[in-house]
Design a protein around this ligand. Sequence first.
Ligand SMILES: *Cc1c(COP(=O)(O)O)cnc(C)c1O
Length: 396
Amino acid sequence: MLLSKRALGILPSATLAIDAKAKALKAQGIDVISFGTGEPDFDTPENIKEAAKKAIDEGFTKYCPVGGTPDLKDAIIAKFKNDNNLEYTADQIIVSCGAKHSLYNLFQAVLNPGDQIIIPAPYWVSYPDMAKLAGAKAKIVKTNEYSGFKMTVEQLKKAVGKKTKAVIINSPSNPTGAAYTPEELKKLAQVCLENNLLIIADDIYEKLVYGGFKFSSIATVSPEVKAITAVVNGVSKSYSMTGWRIGYTAGPKEIITAMTNIQSQSTSNPTSIALRASAEALKGPQESVEMMRKEFEARRNYIYSRLNSIRGVKCFNPEGAFYVFPNIKKLLGKSYSGKTIMTATEFAEYLLEKARIAVVPGDPFGAPGYIRLSYATSMSNIKNGLDRFELAISDK
Ligand SMILES: *Cc1c(COP(=O)(O)O)cnc(C)c1O
C-alpha cells in the first residue's frame, strides 16, 4: 500500500469541496450564487495592504522567529488585554499559518492516541479530522436549535469519561452562529476544572456578533479557567484576511512551547510579510471591522427572517459569525421537479443543479437535516439566491 493509514482516514474538507464545485460552474460561465463560502466578501483594508507592501519594499522577506515576530506578539498581547482583559506574556503566544494551523498544532501538542476530545455538534468540519490525525477520538455532543445550538452542563458532564483530555468551545460557532453567554461559559468551565480538562476556545468569530450580543471568551471566567484554556484566534474573519494565513494561540507556556517545537519542525515561521500586515491589522485603525460587522448584521437580519418565512424551513437566529443553519427536515422526503430528495446532501445537490445556488449540507458538520448558508455575499445575491431557493422548492 502506497498511502499511510493516517492519510487514508482523512477526507477533504467538505466546505471547500462545495465551494470548489460552485467556482467550477462559475468558471464555465454558469450564473451560480454561492452561499457556500467561509470567508468575508470584503477586500482586506487598505492600511493592512500598505503595511505588507512596505514590508516587501523594506526587504522584510527573510526567516523570522518560528512562533512570530516580537512586534506581532506585542500586538496580540495588547489585543488580549484591551479586548478581553486577559494578560499573557510573549512565551504564552504562538503565531501560526492561520487559526486552522494553530488548532492542528495544538491538537498535535496535547492529544495522545486513545485520548478523547469532546466536540459539540454542529461542529466546524476540521475538528474531528484533526483529532483523528492526532490519533485521538472525538466524542460528539449533539445540540440543536432548541438549546440554541449550545452544549448544556448536563450534556458535558455526561460526555466526560476516563480518557477525556479536552473540550472544544467555538463561540460564535461555525456553522450555527450560536454564541455562549458568560454565565453559560462559567458553568461549562466549572465542569472542565473539576475534571482536569483542557479547554480549547476557538474565538475566531469574536468580532462578528449582532443584536447587541457581547462576546466573551471562556478564558475570562477566572484565572483558574484561563490556566487550563488555550485560546485560538486570528485575523482571517475579523479583518477579511483569509488568504494571508495568520492565526494565533494564547495559553499555558508548556503547551505553547510544544506547539512552537512542532511548528519549528514543519512550517517554521508564517510568511514574514503577512506577520507585518497582521501587526498593522491589530494595532491600526479598527473602523473597517465595525463597517464589516454592521453590513453582516443587516444581512443576518434579512436572511434569518426571509428563511423563516419559507414553509418547511426553521431558522435559528444566530448571535454571530456569518452563517445561518436552518433546519430543513420538513422539506426532505418529498419530490421536487420529479426527483425525490431524502437527505440534506441531496437537497444541496438539487439546489445547485436546479436553482444554481450553492449551500453546504449539514452532514459534514455532524448535523443531518440542516443546511449552512453563508451570508458573506452581497445583499442582492442573498435576495436573488433566496428567490431561487423558493422557486426550486415550489417546483414539485
Ligand atoms: C475559518 C475558521 C477557522 C480558521 O481560520 P484561518 O483562516 O485558518 O485562520 C477556525 N475555526 C473556525 C470555526 C473557522 O470558521
